[in-house]
Design a protein around this ligand. Structure first.
Ligand SMILES: Cc1cc2nc3c(=O)[nH]c(=O)nc-3n(C[C@H](O)[C@H](O)[C@H](O)COP(=O)(O)O)c2cc1C
Length: 350
């Protein structure tokens, strides 16, 4: 076994002894610390720890480049929404082997999210369960963080901004919230994602109908159309939508000017006495099936996310028609080196 793998296997054993959200907050602090230290010491320790500095991967960077939504991406491997909700560590992500990142979900106003504990691991199932509820600092602060992060990022590292509505906003006023959240990210977002698929904001998933979505998309497009560089606007959907619902949504929504699909969010369910969403291995087949279905219906770009737990699955998603892929739970279970591991696999196979 390679020493990096052994190191991460031991570290994971220790970290998994503690509450999942506390470990997440701790990990973000550590990554921020590395962010501050790296320029002073002249090299990036996390680049070495994550394997992103391996010579074969650095050479491979050119070959992993993809052109999607009219932009170049350093690689098709991205960090999914929900990990860096407030754009606190975005400038560290290229050093970890990511080619792009999606920050958020960002709501117009700050909000605390649901009661803790709200993030759990299920190692037997290689899964996470969360009921976070769009906790975040709000669009004004996140836009400030992102402006700072972007000034330190390579210009070809892409950042998507995933937007949502505040819990207190009634569903009929949702278009105003999405437009307001978007309005903070002029010149900062390479693409926007309308998130109507979180199971943790009451009623949100009811917005996954063309009647509800059209005014939301129109409101967001009316904001971005005034910007000199207009980012594409994508829609993130739940894995529960069946073939008939997807058929209808794709037929009706694509005429409204949207720029692609993000498939999928977490799988709604219960854990202990809570409602929330499952991610990781329980999503693998469902998320892959949704990708295949939507790819058979559209030529628009698709970001495939959900249950990518090994490099083979990452390759399979790209072979099944995904333009880009994202990981979250797989990163937690496989360790810091997972994006670089996927990068090496893609380099060999593509
Ligand atoms: C703790 C946690 C928080 C998340 N928060 C968000 C979020 O704010 N917005 C969003 O669109 N998706 C969110 N997600 C969903 C992920 O972006 C992704 O769609 C899902 O976890 C499936 O991918 P995975 O199996 O690789 O984790 C979250 C997932 C987790 C585990």
């Amino acid at each position: 076994m390679n020493p990096r793998r052994i190191f991460w296997a031991c570290l994971k054993k220790v970290l998994f002894l503690f509450d999942a959200e506390r470990v997440h907050v701790f990990a973000v602090h550590v990554l921020k610390l590395f962010q501050i230290c790296s320029p002073r010491i002249g090299y990036s320790p996390i680049r070495i720890l994550s394997g992103a500095s391996d010579p074969c991967l650095e050479e491979a960077e050119e070959s992993l480049r993809v052109h999607v939504m009219g932009m170049d991406f350093i690689s098709p491997i991205g960090l999914a929404a929900g990990f860096d909700k407030d754009a606190e560590i975005v400038q560290t992500l290229p050093h970890l082997g990511f080619g792009f990142a999606e920050i958020g979900t960002v709501t117009p106003l700050p909000q605390p999210g649901n009661e803790r504990p709200r993030l759990f691991r299920d190692p037997a199932e290689n899964a996470l369960f969360n009921s976070m509820g769009f906790n975040g600092l709000g669009a004004a602060v996140v836009a400030g963080n992102l402006a700072h992060g972007r000034s330190l990022l390579p210009s070809d590292f892409r950042v998507g901004v995933n937007i949502g509505k505040n819990k207190q906003t009634p569903l009929e006023k949702a278009p105003l919230d999405y437009a307001r959240a978007a309005s903070f990210f002029e010149g900062l977002a390479d693409y926007l994602v309308i998130n109507v698929s979180s199971p943790n904001t009451p009623g949100l998933r009811q917005l996954q109908t063309s009647e509800s979505l059209k005014p939301i998309i129109e409101a967001v497009l009316s904001v971005v159309k005034t910007w000199p560089a207009r980012p594409p606007v994508l829609l993130k959907l739940a894995p529960e939508l069946d073939d008939a619902a997807l058929d209808h949504l794709i037929q009706t929504m694509e005429a409204s000017g949207m720029g692609g699909w993000v498939l999928t969010n977490t799988l709604g369910g219960q854990f202990r006495d809570r409602s929330g969403g499952w991610s990781g291995a329980p999503l693998t087949e469902l998320s892959r099936a949704r990708l295949l279905k939507v790819r058979s219906l559209t030529r628009l770009p698709i970001i495939s996310v959900g249950g990518i737990m090994d490099p083979e699955e990452a390759l399979l998603r790209l072979d099944s028609g995904a333009d880009l892929i994202q990981i979250y739970t797989g990163w937690i279970y496989r360790g810091l080196g997972f994006p670089a591991e996927i990068g090496r696999k893609l380099r060999r196979e593509l």
